[in-house]
Design a protein around this ligand. Structure first.
Ligand code: 13P
Ligand code: SF4
Length: 325
């Protein structure tokens, strides 16, 4: 899906929705279907509250790979559902809104990556998990923002590496590992939107605040951050820190869990450049609603399907990642 076609904005700073009756209906259907609900930290807070597990991309893949339940509801975007389906081909994997795409995954098409790989012979291909199954099928090892550094570091210094599709994460990993990986020129439209000017201003106004940034943010922003990490790493840092104020430069859905687990601390979202409400949100992630969650459990649809040959090829680099994490 193109960024221009991204669905309309929903302000995650507005309090969560859903009647008690609807939540009860979802829990009953979940029991009836023997389903497990997994949710990413960028989901609407009412979905995070109902989920059995919440986590970052790595945790969701790890949990999916270990589950016994026959039905997984992946409240996230399409590539997350695909990853779960590849890991659990015999299970039904539902995504409440199957059209929930990802601008970063869409910035790298398999046929274009294939040509790119052919023009760089002898390179190992490392792909971010935010990719289609077809791209993963062309990949040697998949990474998430939680394990990218560790996995890249596990290769010899002289290894020639193609890294994609996120140029910002790639640049960050190059800088911390001293590598010169060849980077695919893709990005996430949410993290690209953050305003460096506003961050400079906020740091001046709140010199005691710790700046937490996701590595999908562009370099000027990452250079101003105190801590750079995946959603889970930023949350973990906030939980363990004795500091009381944090400026958060990642999708604002993470604020829910941060505020919930650290009620005595203040979390201030860094606004995007075109901000009207101060939030920076992924409208794809917000496509999933409690109503759609209820409907998918009731209808057992929409279910993620992955071509079996593609799934077979994509499984290997995901398994390598899980083994190396
Ligand atoms: P993590 O939760 O793995 O840090 O990923 C962020 C992201 O962009 C998911 O789409
Ligand atoms: Fe994709 Fe960015 Fe949304 Fe994550 S936040 S799902 S990378 S568009």
């Amino acid at each position: 899906m193109d960024v221009e076609k991204a669905p309309g904005k929903h302000c995650p700073e507005k309090k969560g929705g859903g009647s008690e009756a609807l939540k009860k209906e979802i829990l009953e259907l979940k029991k009836l279907r023997n389903a497990v609900i997994l949710a990413h930290y960028y989901q609407r807070e009412e979905i995070q509250e109902l989920a059995d597990y919440i986590g970052d991309s790595l945790a969701l893949a790890q949990i999916a790979s270990r589950l016994d339940a026959p039905v997984i509801v992946l409240c996230g975007v399409h590539f997350m559902g695909e990853t779960a389906k590849i890991l659990c081909p015999d299970k039904t994997v539902l995504v409440p809104d199957i059209t929930a795409g990802c601008s970063l995954a869409d910035s790298c098409h398999a046929e274009d990556l294939k040509k790119f790989i052919e023009s760089h012979p002898g390179h190992t291909v490392i792909s971010y998990v935010n990719t289609s199954a077809a791209v993963k099928a062309l990949t040697d090892v998949v990474v998430t923002s939680s394990n990218a550094r560790k996995i890249v570091d596990s290769f010899p210094k002289e290894e020639k590496i193609i890294f994609g599709p996120d140029r910002n994460l790639g640049n960050y990993i190059n800088s911390v590992t001293g590598r010169q990986m060849v980077l695919w020129d893709g990005a996430c439209h949410v993290h690209e939107q953050f305003s460096v000017e506003k961050l400079v201003e906020m740091k001046r106004e709140m010199p005691d605040a710790v700046v937490l940034a996701h590595p999908e943010c562009p370099k000027p922003l990452v250079m101003l951050a105190d801590v750079v990490g995946s959603t889970a790493a930023l949350l973990d840092y906030a939980r363990k820190s004795d500091k009381k104020k944090f400026i958060v430069a990642t999708e604002s859905g993470i604020l829910h869990e941060m505020r919930k687990s650290c009620p005595d601390k203040e979390f201030i979202p860094l606004p995007p450049s075109d901000s009207t409400c101060g939030c920076n949100e992924c409208s794809f992630m917000k496509l999933n609603t409690l109503e759609k969650l209820r409907d998918c459990l009731r209808d057992m649809n929409p279910a993620v399907e992955v071509d079996s040959e593609v799934a077979h090829l994509a499984r290997l680099p995901i398994d390598r990642m899980l083994a190396m994490s």
